[in-house]
Design a binder for this molecule. Structure first.
Ligand SMILES: Cc1cc2nc3c(=O)[nH]c(=O)nc-3n(C[C@H](O)[C@H](O)[C@H](O)COP(=O)(O)OP(=O)(O)OC[C@H]3O[C@@H](n4cnc5c(N)ncnc54)[C@H](O)[C@@H]3O)c2cc1C
Ligand code: FES
Ligand code: FES
Length: 1336
């Protein structure tokens, strides 16, 4: 029933100090939409829409009339309904500071510390740090890390972001050489790097930073204080198109409303309701919002416990619990401690500040981190309704949603009572998630046990598990059976058996990981068992023996530390001109614009008159005939202008095998079938849901590589390289090892989803596109083919992309053409912004890989022969799969010289979305197998893997397997430096000692060498052009064919132009890349952006300089401006194109030889981890990276690339996991179910050294470093392998076990076989269809 309301109230709130009065506030509109589309404040970004990424972080400030205090907190604007903002002040990045007025120290420091690359996450980062500083002007490093836990960054690897935050801390924890020239890592020895030149470690100059002056912050609007204090406040109602929002003013008012609208949800933090509306299509005609209602905010402490108002946010709950703990004896606060532990990692800071205690308890998510603890702690829910008050226990029946234990219609949670614990009572919270913070638990638990006083006889036991079923589950039967039992090993053993019988997870359970979850159920129980044993011992050591020393470390979860590190690079030659920026760690050209939100991304371009929004309809079948497409209902919906499909493509709907709109047949889930164009995105999306498509399945449906091999389904021919006599060599080796390695795919997860703006021109079929792409020429080609219009009419503009990583090489061409067809058909501009879920579904990512090896070796570890095969899952269309396979075959030897070597590979055609380029282009997958067989050989020879690596590493000038000559001197230098400077052997020894003393935690180290190549083995792909104009005031406009993706390419190009023209960088402007200024430019990929474009820019500048020479000679002391004026007078052209023909690379696949790559990049990294054998969690303790950078044009940017790639690689090898159904449906479509590293995953210590050398072939003797760091992330994978091997060795298990990537917690836990993994029920795979499958 809709309420009978005639008028809507005015919604009043403030944004950046300005009053907003919204007369037509629509309850369905969120703050992010309102800021971006109504107020045109586009600094706040969209990247997920579900609270999971932090890109949309803003600061909300509210005045509390009871406490007279202003509460500032971070919030994700995508989950804040505007109607909840009545009386609030919103601060966005624009309100913090701006280039036009004054930039804020937070913005300045984030930029100057190189904490931005693409800049898409930067406004969110600024807001998180800014909000923290508003509450804590001198934060601790721990608070910085905590504040950033909810903000994802895909570029930087977080280290510089944290560092920028740490500059506000009183204690400085960043080690710098402090001008001494000697680093604390040197440990008294001369550095091998410093032998040759002076090392620098300062990437920025702290002295430049403006001080933070909290008194300068904007004041809270006094009008809002008056509004909050108004004694005559009344109920507010906001009536939208479909929904009514009501804000009650008193508790009685609220109860009236809940009685009248018993089905209406109460909107508090909106962190449960919001995502259900957005992602699960829930609809509520009435929303009631008691947020801020004073009666829901109180704390009442008694002797028995504490009652906490339901309205408090989880962040406030955290503060309240801390306060109580400080007041009460420890024995009374065990439940509080358990809750606090989980509150630290539950979601990110933004969600914790929005989500409320009441909302959390009532929404009862099955993954709840708090409810199991509250239940185990015997918490009580205080309810109130018009009928009166009542209490219900927050226990099993309530959590399991038993109807008799539910809230009654009209009831509201007033507060939660948390009883104190007692002396012989233990409460604990346990949890395991894919990522330490901001990830739903895979399994969590709340457990409590009460003993008969003075004994270990169980009086009461409670165990609640989360995420093992549709609700939180109580193991009540098991607990009852254990009453009166002693807390001993026999009890534990029975408890484990019984709990596994009681909590049964079916093999087909949603989420998969079934055997892992079963193992966790009892592993967590074991942890609790140990904790309690330790607690008993602390109380009565005489009667209750301590747990074995070796078990102690099992008790604690890994602590969250603030990362630290040092970056070392060559100092600039002191004789270099001070004006010359080459070699200096110059800040990214757009960094300040990134941090102020003034950098314009495609969707920040203001609305174009008449523009339409596009929403696509994608296939739900992997392989099927399209029987019919019914668009009639969609067309009849408001705002819909047209539905575009294959028939509407005037030209090529299938350009070089890439299909724009599916016609007759679909070949993967996620293939675009048609697109709805409408006046708003909401209308387009709504209509897209109403397009009805009838399918008929077609066989076969090929999802995995194995299936493709069965069906002989390939995308291209086999690629092969062979040297020596492989078969012959196998006959003369001591041993042969064979194996298979599976490496799963990876999602790019660039923060800015693919976004396209197409503007059709009135004349000559011209069309202008704005998009974030790595390859504007390809977009132009694809659009021109689709529209049958010459390329000269299609202009593609690319200013910047919010991350790309290979994902914006080919896909923007397809999406651009889809949009261009829509623009052509409707004759109107089209804005096409992919939602995160669609982006992940449609655009695919890194190729999953299956590798098979047969290795022949001698007992001393020397490998004599290798026969390796690679297959990659290419998906349904060619894309770049063949090229990826070429790269795999050519690069797969990595650093090892194997005299008899055969490598073959072929991309498989499957019914998955087409996989594409991704940083490293196959190398990061393929070389996992190389390092895996090295590890396998080492195990067989009983040698440490690093020794086998060294034995087989290239030692002198040699030829690759495809006959390219190279000198591995720098490879060996990086390797040696890495071993030495990381103190590898000392730490390995220490890890072994640690492992001897700890049964359930193990440490592992690995050091991995790398020989990487840049560019492509086709000369014409390496060409580049630039265009340089000098204007009469002396200013320079620089354009080149490369794209700015966050890597700082434009910054480096300005550095090059500055040196070449001998003018300050400030004279040079670089606006964008576009196809009209530089035609036919090739993709910006393969680490060669600076190499090739730099040469082109250099060429253009040298041409201009040459032309100016006569004038300069005549007036050598003249100024640049004078020379330019004179040149113009003398009719000298002040515009020049520069050109670089490209490296003359080639590959002859017939002869299996070539000069495939211009040069090699070498590196080595050493990582150390600690693994929790009971949960599968790992802690990344330290990484040392040595990268041969030759001469770094910009050490800050190069180190940024290395660190960012390393962390992206580490994510790929450890926690990023794409989940597909057996039917080929991608489940992981957002940050909730695809976990990229956050600030808690990065190494506690990270040391990066740029090894200085010479590379005469490249500009200024530099090297391309964009991708190389990615593979070094595998040192974490192999360190994990080392740690797991230690565990297995101790348990008497086979040292070798199948190594695959990613080494997820599941893989780690299940490899650490023990009594618990042996206890769990196993399912016969032939009897069920699993929820998800591996596709490698
Ligand atoms: C990105 C993200 C990450 C998350 N990560 C985690 C995590 O790691 N661990 C975890 O445990 N949880 C996690 N959550 C879930 C989060 O804890 C809950 O969504 C949150 O606690 C719900 O509180 P809320 O105030 O936002 O509820 P709302 O969404 O406002 O309301 C939820 C429900 O509770 C009802 N309700 C609210 N208050 C009352 C009341 N006083 N009386 C009666 N009914 C009421 C409403 O009617 C509604 O049905 C995450 C959520 C998000 C969005
Ligand atoms: S867009 Fe709001 S959190 Fe991701
Ligand atoms: S700089 Fe953080 S996502 Fe690009």
């Amino acid at each position: 029933m809709m309420p009978s309301l005639s008028n809507s109230d005015e919604l009043i709130f403030f944004v950046n100090g300005r009053k907003v009065i919204e007369k037509n506030a629509d309850p369905e509109v969120n703050l992010l939409f309102y800021l971006r589309n109504v107020l045109h404040l586009t600094g706040t970004k969209y990247a997920c829409g579900g609270g999971g990424c932090g890109a949309c972080t803003v600061m909300l400030s509210r005045y509390n009339s009871k406490t007279k205090k202003i509460h500032h907190y971070p919030a994700t604007a995508c989950l804040v309904p505007i109607c909840s903002l009545y009386g609030a002040a919103v601060t966005t990045v624009e309100g913090v500071g701006s280039i036009k007025t004054r930039i804020h120290p937070v913005q300045e420091r984030l930029a100057k510390c190189h904490g931005t690359q693409c800049g898409f996450c930067s406004p969110g980062m600024v807001m998180s740090i800014y909000t923290l500083l508003r509450n804590h002007p001198e934060p601790t490093p721990g608070q910085i890390t905590e504040a950033l836990g909810g903000n994802l960054c895909r570029c930087t690897g977080y280290r510089p972001i944290v560092e920028s935050g740490k500059t506000f801390c009183l204690e400085s924890t960043v080690c710098q050489l402090k001008g001494s020239g000697k680093c604390c890592m040197d440990q008294g020895k001369e550095s091998s790097v410093s032998r040759q030149e002076k090392i620098c470690t300062k990437l920025y100059n702290e002295d430049e930073f403006q001080p933070l002056d909290p008194s300068q912050e904007p004041i809270f609007p006094p009008e809002l204080i008056r509004m909050a204090e108004d004694p005559n406040k009344r109920r507010l109602t906001f009536q939208g198109e479909r929904t009514t929002w009501i804000t009650p003013v008193t508790l009685d008012d609220l109860l009236e409303l809940t009685a009248s609208f018993p089905k209406a949800p109460l909107i508090m933090g909106n962190t449960t309701v919001g995502p259900s509306i957005k992602f699960e299509d829930e609809f509520h005609p009435v929303l009631i919002s008691p947020l801020g209602l004073p009666e829901l905010y109180f704390v009442n402490s008694t002797d028995d416990g504490v009652t906490i108002g339901a309205g408090y946010s989880l962040a406030q709950l955290n503060d309240i619990l801390h306060f109580i703990i400080s007041e009460q004896p420890k024995e009374k606060t065990k439940t509080h401690h358990a809750l606090l532990k989980h509150l630290r990692t539950l979601a990110g800071a933004q969600i914790r500040n929005m989500a409320t205690l009441g909302g959390h308890v009532v929404s009862r998510p099955n993954f709840s981190d708090l409810n199991p603890i509250l239940a185990a702690g015997n918490a009580i829910i205080n309810l109130v309704s018009k009928e009166g008050e009542r209490q219900i226990p927050l226990n099993g029946p309530f959590l399991e949603r038993s109807p008799e234990a539910n809230l009654r219609p009209g009831e509201v949670v007033l507060s939660i009572f948390i009883p104190h614990s007692s002396q012989w009572h233990f409460v604990s919270g346990l949890r395991m998630a894919q990522r330490q913070e901001n990830a739903f638990a895979i399994v969590n638990a709340g457990m409590s046990v009460k003993f008969e006083d003075g004994t270990n006889i169980i009086k009461d036991l409670q165990m609640f598990y989360g995420n093992v079923g549709p609700t939180v589950v109580s193991a009540s039967h098991t607990c009852r059976q254990l009453i009166k039992r002693q807390w001993d090993d026999q009890m534990l053993s029975d408890a484990c058996r019984w709990v596994l019988e009681e909590i049964q997870i079916p093999p087909t359970a949603k989420g998969g990981m079934v055997e892992f979850q079963r193992t966790l159920i009892i592993s967590l129980l074991f942890k609790f068992y140990l904790q309690v044993r330790q607690g008993l011992n602390e109380m009565d050591p005489y009667n209750f023996p301590d747990i074995p020393e070796k078990f102690v470390s099992a008790l604690e979860d890994f602590p969250i530390e603030t990362p630290k590190g040092i970056q070392m690079f060559q100092c600039v030659d002191p004789h270099q001109s001070p004006q010359d920026p080459v070699g200096h760690p110059v800040m990214h050209q757009s960094a300040i614009k990134h941090t102020t939100g003034e950098a314009v991304f495609v969707d920040d371009i203001p609305p174009i008159n008449q523009e339409l929004f596009l929403a696509v309809v994608t296939s739900t079948k992997a392989h099927a005939k399209i029987l019919s497409i019914d668009t009639s209902e969609a067309m009849s919906l408001p705002g819909v202008v047209d539905v575009i499909m294959a028939e509407d493509v005037p030209g090529d709907n299938n350009h070089k095998g890439e299909i724009l709109y599916a016609q007759h047949e679909v070949i993967c889930v996620g293939q675009i079938i048609c697109a709805v164009a409408a006046d708003t995105y909401a209308h387009a999306k709504e209509a897209a849901k109403k397009v009805k498509i009838a399918y008929q399945d077609i066989e076969p449906k090929i999802i995995t590589i194995e299936q493709a091999l069965e069906h002989n389904s390939f995308l291209s021919v086999e690629r092969k390289i062979e040297q020596g006599d492989v078969e012959g060599a196998f006959k003369h080796v001591d041993q042969i090892v064979e194996g298979e390695v599976h490496v799963e795919g990876q999602e790019h997860f660039y923060m800015e989803t693919q976004t396209i703006l197409v503007i059709p021109k009135a004349e000559d079929k011209e069309m202008v596109l704005h998009l974030g792409t790595q390859f504007p020429t390809h977009v132009q080609e694809s659009v021109s083919a689709a529209l049958k219009v010459p390329r000269s009419r299609i202009a593609c503009h690319m200013k910047r992309a919010g991350g790309a990583f290979g994902g914006k090489v080919t896909k923007p061409a397809l999406l651009g053409a889809v949009s261009a067809v829509a623009a052509h058909k409707t004759g109107r501009p089209i804005r096409f912004i992919l939602e995160r879920g669609d982006d992940m579904l449609i655009t695919a990512g890194r190729h999953p890989l299956l590798g098979k090896y047969k290795i022949g070796f001698m007992n001393n570890g020397e490998i004599k022969a290798a026969d390796v095969e690679y297959y990659i899952n290419g998906g349904c269309t060619p894309d770049e799969s063949d090229m990826v396979m070429q790269f795999i075959v050519l690069k797969s030897e990595n650093s090892y010289s194997i005299p008899n070597f055969r490598c073959r590979g072929r991309p498989c055609k499957t019914n998955l979305p087409s996989n594409t380029a991704f940083r490293g282009f196959g190398f990061p997958q393929a070389t996992v197998m190389v390092e895996a067989y090295i590890t396998a050989v080492a195990a067989r020879c009983n040698l440490p893997p690093e020794e086998v690596r060294e034995i087989n590493m290239y030692k002198e000038t040699s030829k690759t397997a495809y006959n390219q000559t190279f000198n591995p001197e720098l490879l060996r230098r990086c390797w040696k430096d890495c071993l030495e400077k990381s103190s590898f052997y000392v730490r390995k020894q220490a890890a072994e000692e640690f492992n001897k003393k700890n049964y359930w935690k193990k440490r592992g180290l690995a050091v991995i060498p790398m020989k990487y190549t840049i560019g492509v083995p086709m000369a014409f792909y390496n060409q580049a052009a630039a265009l340089v104009h000098i204007y009469l005031d002396g200013s320079v406009l620089l354009t080149h064919g490369g794209c700015e993706l966050g890597q700082g390419l434009h910054t480096k190009m300005i550095q090059v132009a500055s040196r070449e023209l001998n003018i300050p960088s400030s004279y040079i402007h670089l606006s964008e890349t576009n196809t009209t200024m530089v035609p036919n430019a090739l993709f910006t990929a393969g680490s060669m952006g600076t190499d090739v474009n730099g040469r082109a820019v250099q060429n253009a500048c040298q041409i201009l300089k040459e032309r100016l020479q006569p004038i300069i000679r005549k007036n050598p002391k003249g100024k640049w401006e004078e020379w330019i004026a004179k040149a113009f007078e003398e009719s000298i052209s002040l515009s020049a194109t520069g050109y670089f023909k490209g490296y003359q690379t080639y590959m002859d696949w017939e002869k299996e030889e070539g000069n495939a790559y211009p040069y090699f990049v070498y590196g080595a990294s050493c990582s150390e981890v600690e693994v929790d054998c009971l949960t599968g969690a790992h802690k990344h303790l330290r990484t040392d990276i040595f990268m041969d950078a030759a001469f770094s044009i910009n050490p800050a940017l190069d180190i940024g690339q290395i660190e960012g790639a390393f962390i992206q690689g580490m994510g790929f090898y450890t926690i990023e996991e794409l989940k597909y159904s057996p039917e080929g449906v991608l489940y992981s479509r957002g940050p909730d179910d695809y976990k990229i590293p956050t600030v808690t995953e990065i190494p506690e210590e990270l040391y990066v050294t740029l090894v200085h050398s010479r590379n005469p072939i490249a500009i200024y003797s530099s090297k391309g470093l964009g991708e190389a760091g990615m593979f070094l992330g595998s040192s974490v994978l192999f360190a994990i392998y080392d740690a797991v091997t230690a565990a297995r060795r101790e348990r008497g298990l086979d040292k070798t076990f199948p190594l695959s990537s990613p080494a997820t917690p599941e893989l780690i836990r299940m490899a650490c076989v023990d009594q618990f993994t042996n206890m769990i029920p196993r399912d016969d795979p032939s009897t069920f269809t699993p929820w998800s499958i591996n596709v490698s």
